[in-house]
Structure formats: C-alpha cells, structure tokens
Write a protein that binds this ligand. Structure first.
Ligand code: ACO
Length: 430
C-alpha cells in the first residue's frame, strides 16, 4: 500500500474524503474504498465489476491493452513453448517453477490421486443418457465434498495442499468417466504409467476391445491448450470460486461453483458455441451476412469467440492457438472446412469498423474448438476440457485466498430499486 491518496470531493454535501491508493507490482493502481460507506454514506456502483479489484493476487497478470499474459511473472508464450501443463500447474500453485525433484514428486502425487471412489460411478450412472457432461462434471466434483468433508481441516496447510492435488488429479478422471457414461462405455481406470494428458486421453478413448493408438501430436496439442487455459486472474469462474471460498466452504464445493460459472456461453461455454456458430455459417460465402447479423443489436446474435472484457488489442492465447491450429490440422492430415469459415470470419470482422471501434478481437476460444474437433473431442466436451485446465488456476486462487490476512466474506451491496415500505393487504382486499 502506498501512502498516496486521491481526494474525493462530495459537492452535494460540501465535504471531501481521502481514498488511499493501493499499488501492485504491475498494472493500474486502485483506490481503496473499503471505508467509503462508513465515512461518506456512499456505496460505489460497478455492474460487472468493470472497475473493481476484488482482491490482491500474486498469481496471474494481464495487460489487456498490450496483449500480455503472465503466470507468476512468466510470459504465456514462453510457458507454451517450454513448459507442460503439470509444471505450469505447480508454478501457479507454488509461485516458482519446480526443480526436477520437486516436479517428480508433484507428478507422483497427482498420479497417485487420480482414482475416483467406486461409488462415484453411481452418481454418473444416475444421469439420463443425454445429460450434458458439464452438468455431470459439476455435480460429481461437488460430490467430492461428501467424500472428503468430515476429515478436512481447512486450517491445516497440508490438508489444503492435498485437496488441491486431489482436484487436479481427479477432475480429468471424472470428466472422462462422464463422457464414457454418456456414450455407454465402461469407465476406464487411470493408468499410472502414463503422464497427465496422455492418461486422460486413454481414459476418454480407450475401449476394452483394443489398445489405443495415440498420435503424439494429439497429446502435445491438448497439453498446450491446457497451459493456455490454466489461469486468467479474476475471471467470472475464478471470482466465483473465491466468492464461495470466502464463506469457508469446502474446496470441492468451491471448484464445483467455478465449473458452473464456466459453463455459460459468455465464458467457457463459448468454445462450444463457436463451433455451432461456424457450423451454422457453413461456408465462407455466408460470412458477410453473419457479420451483419452480429452488428444488428436487435438480432440478439454475437460473434462467438470474439471480444473480451480485458483484452482490447489481441488475446495472446488466441495468437498461439491460431498458429497451432494450422500445425495440428497439417500434422493430423485433416482438412476442416470450418477452419476456412473461421479464417474468413476473422478476416472480415477484423476489417469491419464495428469490431475495430469496439476493439473486438478473436479470443482464446475462437480457434480452440477447431483443434478440439481435430483431436476428436466431442463438441459437448469442449467446455469440460477448459474446466480440467482451469482447475489448476482455481485451486491456486483458492489456496492463495486461504492465507490472505485481510480476507473477508464476499458480500457486495446494491442500489435498491424496489418498492418503498408498504403495508400487507389481506388477500380478499387486493
Ligand atoms: N459480437 C458482436 N458484438 C459484440 C461482441 C461480439 N462477440 N462482443 C461485444 N460486442 C459489442 C457489444 O454489443 C457492445 O456494443 P455497444 O458498445 O454498441 O453496446 C460492445 O461490443 C461492448 O460489449 P460488452 O458486452 O459491453 O463487453 P463485455 O466486456 O461486457 O463482454 C464478452 C465481453 C462477454 C466476452 C463479450 O465480448 C461476448 O459476449 N463475446 C462473445 C462470447 C465469448 O466469446 N466469450 C468468451 C470470452 S473469453 C473466455 O471466457 C475464455
């Protein structure tokens, strides 16, 4: 905290208040309004938290104007090139890159917590055949709190760490089991001799009747997508995890809440929505009319995979994914007409003054769906893939929150617009 402040002049009541300035290591400073209401009788009004920092955090930094994304100070481009998802998860949680021994120990622990309780299969079997896997994932992760509630001491750092490991380890197992149960395949147990992403792909796709022949490009591409999706500071789902976490709720319930928030098409559900949009557009010749429709506010249609609350120049993850999409499709020898539609759409939108003026650029999800499709991940599993990756970020934020000295229960205020006080009227007199 700096000793600088900003004077707030209240012309209506002819008085002023000084608001302390809070600074971090990077980024815009913030005004500390914690005592504003007590001292002035005013609240602040900021729907969507456009100008509000809800916490201090040392995990991820974004500069939306410059297209910068840092995990614990490391640029996403460097992590995408040199790291792997599990190492990135360690970094997010612990703040430093692991030594070889630390990484081996972390990988060993994650690997040995991947099994889910046998009775969890009963939950999955209880869903109707057409249940959305995000619904199954959300409910099943929440159910982990029933398996690990009684013996969880949230004041014990070791138990908190173990909860984080369990979540990173078990979410892929549950995700794969949700998919398999939706297609009527028997659940595939995790194999400890495989590394994280390959193990997940085996749990998803291996059938009892024959071994899975996995192209290394597939595992590498998925690992990279997981790195890119691992964290993104105080986005809607992470803020949800923190809000639920602020009440002292069980960590598995907190992450289930994050999964629920991620599902919406304005957030993680966008990757699934992008693919249906590209399929609906169908051909590059229909792109102009889709763009016209997106500009027409009465249509209720937005270009999915375009725009971001924070990035107003470019989304660095989208740049990496765009390049990777071409490579993956070439390596797997796939010609996908949807990629032609996506490229035509990007080209038209980026030249259109509506999108230019509003700084609407392709976001991380614009291309990720095409890669998932090339990796044969079913469309309804796209957001589940995002959830697996983001679990690393969610647990890192939950762990950070648990040791924040001035942490308070999250409890926003409101500007009330309802009826003023009135008396109850008996039903016969209404
Ligand atoms: N297509 C058309 N117009 C758009 C789009 C879009 N995708 N996104 C924003 N706009 C327009 C809005 O209509 C608004 O126009 P106006 O100023 O004339 O009223 C202006 O751009 C600003 O939009 P807001 O909704 O105020 O921007 P906000 O920061 O609140 O929303 C969001 C960001 C939700 C991502 C939005 O751009 C959107 O809905 N995009 C499509 C969904 C999507 O791709 N979501 C994934 C986000 S990334 C992630 O979660 C991983």
């Amino acid at each position: 905290m700096s000793d600088q402040s900003v004077q707030l002049i209240d012309g209506k009541n002819d008085r002023s208040t000084s608001l302390p300035i809070v600074t971090g290591t990077l980024g815009d400073p913030a005004l500390d309004i914690g005592r504003l209401n007590k001292e002035t009788g005013y609240f602040t009004y900021d729907p969507g938290f456009v100008s509000t920092a809800s916490t201090r955090s040392a995990i991820t930094y974004i500069d939306g104007d410059k297209g910068v994304l840092l995990y614990r100070g490391y640029p996403i481009e460097q992590l995408a090139k040199h790291s792997n998802f599990l190492e990135t998860s360690y970094l997010l949680i612990n703040g430093e890159l692991p030594s070889r021994t630390e990484f081996n120990q972390f990988e060993h622990e994650v690997t040995h917590h991947t099994m889910m309780h046998e009775s969890q299969k009963n939950f999955l079997n209880g869903f109707r055949y057409d249940a959305h896997p995000m619904a199954m994932l959300c409910a099943s992760v929440a159910s982990l709190s029933a398996f690990y509630h009684d013996n969880l001491d949230m004041d014990d750092p070791e138990q908190r760490r173990l909860a984080a490991i369990r979540l990173i380890a078990k979410v892929p197992t549950i995700a794969a089991a949700a998919y398999r149960s939706s297609v009527g395949w028997p659940v595939r147990y995790p194999r400890n001799n495989l590394e994280y992403v390959t193990r997940f792909l085996h749990m998803m796709f291996e059938v009892p009747s024959e071994p899975l022949e996995l192209n290394p490009t597939v595992a590498k591409a998925l690992d990279l997508l997981f790195i890119l999706h691992a964290d993104h500071e105080q986005n809607a789902s992470t803020s949800t995890v923190r809000l639920v976490g602020s009440t002292g709720a069980n960590p598995y319930a907190c992450i289930a809440a994050g999964i629920a928030a991620l599902w919406g098409p304005a957030h993680g559900g966008a990757n699934e929505a992008v693919l249906s949009m590209l399929t609906d557009i169908g051909d590059a010749k229909n792109v102009a009319s889709a763009v016209a429709k997106a500009k027409d506010k009465d249509s209720g249609f937005r270009l999915m995979g375009f725009g971001h609350r924070v990035y107003k120049n470019f989304d660095p993850r989208a740049t990496i994914i765009r390049e990777m999409t071409h490579k993956v499709l070439a390596d797997l020898n796939i010609k996908d007409p949807l990629l032609d539609v996506a490229m035509a759409l990007e080209e038209v939108a980026l030249k259109d003054s509506y999108f230019v003026e509003r700084k609407l650029y392709p976001n991380v999800d614009f291309y990720s769906g095409i890669i998932y499709k090339a990796l044969r991940i079913p469309t309804e599993m796209f957001t589940v893939m995002f959830a697996i990756a983001r679990t690393a970020g969610w647990v890192a934020h939950w762990l950070e929150q648990q040791v924040t000295p001035d942490a308070k229960i999250g409890r926003p205020r409101q500007v009330y617009t309802g009826s003023v006080q009135r008396d109850y009227i008996e039903v016969g007199k209404r």
